[in-house]
Design a protein around this ligand. Structure first.
Ligand SMILES: Nc1nc2c(ncn2[C@@H]2O[C@H](COP(=O)(O)OP(=O)(O)OP(=O)(O)O)[C@@H](O)[C@H]2O)c(=O)[nH]1
Ligand SMILES: [Mg+2]
Length: 186
């Protein structure tokens, strides 16, 4: 579990983010994959990041300080069909600006719903990560919703398609939390 976590701010504007050298770990993934819930789960603070049953809830970039050592970053998810085209473009622009310009980014943590598998948007995100030469980890979320054979299938697909071995996690059950925390090598 991560301790001493504090909310900093939520904004669309990179100029308002802290100007320092503190590393940032960015949680990315499809809308509704469980990014905000993941932040709440690994920090053990129920309402730190905003969660909703409806996808498309996180609409700006939120920063959280972890003991003054690093930051967690919650960003809006991609691939949510019900937001307008204009809104989608606005989100994409904001995320692209943040991911391509922000010098503080240490690692991208790409969450993929292991029940739904890898989507087209996940593949696009992976291409983006590779193109920008960003360091990354992949985590399969909602592990509590699948059985063992589905899990094996997911692991195989991620290895084959994204050429990496994902960690598997459930924000409810907190499986492998120790390995998850190791991602933040502060
Ligand atoms: N069963 C189960 N449900 C989960 C898990 N993680 C998240 N959820 C549920 O999935 C839904 C979406 O979670 P969020 O954390 O809001 O997802 P998000 O990726 O932040 O979504 P956006 O902000 O829309 O991009 C909520 O109803 C969560 O309770 C998990 O590990 N297991
Ligand atoms: Mg969210």
């Amino acid at each position: 579990m991560l301790i001493n976590v504090k909310y900093i701010l939520t904004t669309h504007d990179m100029n308002l983010m802290p100007h320092d050298d503190i590393p940032e770990y960015v949680i990315v993934g499809k809308s509704n994959v469980g990014k905000s819930t993941f932040i709440n789960s690994i920090t053990n603070i129920k309402k730190l990041a905003y969660v909703s049953g409806k996808p498309g809830k996180t609409r700006a970039i939120s920063l959280f300080d972890v003991g003054g050592n690093f930051r967690l970053v919650d960003i809006p998810g991609y691939g949510y069909a019900k937001v307008s085209f204009k809104q989608k473009e606005m989100f994409a622009d904001m995320i692209d600006t943040y991911l391509s310009k922000r010098k503080n980014i240490k690692k991208i943590i790409l969450l993929i719903d292991c029940r739904r598998g890898i989507t087209k948007d996940d593949r696009e995100m992976m291409k983006y990560i590779v193109y920008h030469q960003l360091s990354f980890s992949v985590i399969g979320t909602k592990l509590d919703k699948i059985n063992q054979s589905k899990k094996i299938e997911f692991l195989r697909n991620v290895k084959k398609e994204l050429n990496t071995v994902p960690l598997m996690y459930s924000s409810l059950k907190k499986n492998n939390i120790k390995d998850i925390i190791k991602i933040f090598n502060f």
